[in-house]
Design a protein around this ligand. Structure first.
Ligand code: DC
Length: 221
């Protein structure tokens, strides 16, 4: 690609955004920014420091003393790789709750906008097309039915040797969708100019090819 193309991929948890975004970025030879990992890194810091995100002064001090960055596609918290610590249920829960807090969103959105300046990039999250990169050249909203997303998650957990209830996972997914879509600041939503892709009945390869076709078309516009 010769032109700068910023690709914003939004959608609910479990739609396959990060798996797909990573492959697409690698195939196109451009950087990938996982904004969910940034909210997870802040959640990890909240847990580690015992900071109450409802205490405005304590939160501001913590945020001032915190650095979130990427190196080679891996998130860094205060200069240290954080990926190995941010996918636990405890961090997921804290990230889901604390990502609704305005001061946290303001800090991370400013960083994300700076990362998306003047270069081609794939960025995934919940509010990339509607807020962070409103003027992105290519916007995609990647969705899948709650049942399919629950089945994918169950398979992942079963492969780790865990016993799971698909019905319970589906219920949790629906609750998280509701929370993400109904929060006050930058809720999950499809941008008017985003292309909607439903991955429920598609393989990873099919989703990657679909997205690359959409990107090629947008890059040539
Ligand atoms: O995509 P994920 O599950 O890693 O995201 C972790 C949490 O961060 C999730 O509860 C939604 C939130 N999030 C957000 O509010 N805005 C983003 N751009 C990305 C993630």
């Amino acid at each position: 690609m010769n032109n700068i193309v910023r690709i914003a991929i939004d959608g609910p948890a479990g739609a396959g955004k990060s798996t797909i975004a990573k492959i697409v970025a690698k195939d196109l030879g451009i950087d990938y920014i996982d904004t969910g990992a940034m909210y997870r890194a802040i959640a990890l810091k909240l847990i580690r420091t015992g900071t109450d995100y409802n205490d405005g002064a304590a939160l501001a001090a913590m945020l001032d003393a915190t650095e979130v960055d990427f190196s080679d596609g891996h998130v860094l918290l205060d200069g240290e790789p954080a990926e190995g610590f941010i996918r636990t249920p405890e961090v997921s829960e804290m990230a889901s709750a604390s990502s609704a807090v305005l001061a946290i969103r303001e800090k991370l959105v400013a960083l994300q906008r700076a990362m998306g300046q003047r270069k081609s990039i794939v960025m995934d999250g919940r509010d990339i097309g509607t807020n962070v990169l409103k003027d992105a050249e290519c916007k995609i909203y990647l969705d899948a039915s709650p049942r399919v997303r629950a089945q994918r998650r169950a398979l992942e957990l079963q492969q780790k040797g865990m016993q799971v209830s698909i019905d319970q996972i589906e219920e949790e997914i629906r609750a998280r969708d509701y929370r993400d879509m109904h929060r006050e600041h930058n809720p999950l939503a499809k941008a008017d100019d985003a292309v909607f892709v439903d991955s429920s009945d598609m393989t990873i390869e099919q989703v990657v090819e679909t997205l690359k076709a959409i990107i090629r078309e947008k890059a040539n516009e």
